[in-house]
Write a protein that binds this ligand. Structure first.
Ligand code: FES
Length: 273
């Protein structure tokens, strides 16, 4: 059992848990993820590490309520215990030398932050593009500002309630055009990553994407997390979660993400009744 040490609610549907997990905290790296089973009969759900402390023995993950399991998790409070947590899983993120543009959209900002911190700590120049639908849904702004100068932070909101009105590809395009960035990392909703990829490809800039498809076992056994990369089938849980975004079949990934929408709706209805 894994005790919840701290709970933060960022918005109506977005939460952060800090859980006691000393062993996991000792081995966690940016880009890796953990699998959570909320209770004995629960499904296994992957969440990428948002932060961790080997000294204090905790790890953090951020989640948005999108289905039954995340709805149930959102009701857990400090002191409650999560049934099972497995990790770290997946390959740690690896970055070549360069001027990086890190793009995070929505809850993807939780993953973009440790990646940005790792790049900054490695001495690389980093611009962060932070995208959200509205100002209220923008995550971790203070954390990003604590490690980057203001002119290296580019905020976009769909409704223009904060930062630049529009989508992340506009500042991405400018950074690549000006030469302020020559490598891109993106994480967020699949459509956002697809268009961030098209923008990078247009400039001939290498781009990595952190993929978080449907996962079940998280160990390469079930095949649920398969993604098509460069015409080959890869398993995001063991081969990823980071992939060369220019080779990802985004339309196939999007279709797979939506495959269980009906069943998810039924599960939420049953849980609420
Ligand atoms: Fe089962 Fe990746 S989650 S193979």
């Amino acid at each position: 059992m894994y005790k919840i040490l701290d709970k933060t609610q960022f918005s109506e549907k977005v939460f952060k848990f800090r859980i006691e997990a000393p062993q996991m905290a000792r081995h966690a790296h940016a880009g890796q993820f953990l699998m959570v089973r909320a209770n004995e009969t629960g499904e296994r759900v992957p969440f990428t590490f948002a932060d961790w402390s080997p000294e204090e023995g905790w790890v953090e993950f951020i989640f948005m309520v999108v289905g039954k399991t995340t709805m149930m998790l959102s009701t857990y409070e400090v002191g409650d215990c999560i049934q099972d947590v497995t990790g770290p899983l997946g390959q740690p993120s690896e970055f070549g030398k360069g001027k990086w543009c890190v793009i995070g959209g929505g809850v993807g900002l939780a993953i973009a932050f440790p990646i940005t911190r790792q790049l900054v700590e490695s001495g690389m120049e980093v611009h962060a593009i932070m995208g959200a639908r509205t100002k209220d849904l923008l995550l971790l702004e203070d954390q990003f500002r604590s490690i980057l100068p203001d002119d290296h932070i580019h905020i976009t909101t769909d409704d223009g309630s904060y930062g630049e009105k529009g989508v992340v590809t506009a500042p991405e395009d400018r950074l690549l055009e000006s030469g302020d960035a020559d490598h891109v990392f993106c994480v967020g909703p699949v459509p956002m990553m697809k268009f961030a990829t098209l923008t990078a490809v247009k400039h001939g800039t290498p781009i990595l994407a952190s993929l978080n498809p449907i996962m079940v076992d998280g160990t390469g056994m079930c095949g649920c997390c398969r993604v098509e990369v460069g015409g080959e089938t890869k398993f995001a849980c063991v081969d990823g979660p980071d992939f060369d975004a220019s080779k990802v079949n985004w339309d196939d990934l999007r279709a797979r993400q939506a495959a269980y929408r009906t069943e998810e709706g039924q599960a939420i209805k049953a849980y609420e009744e």
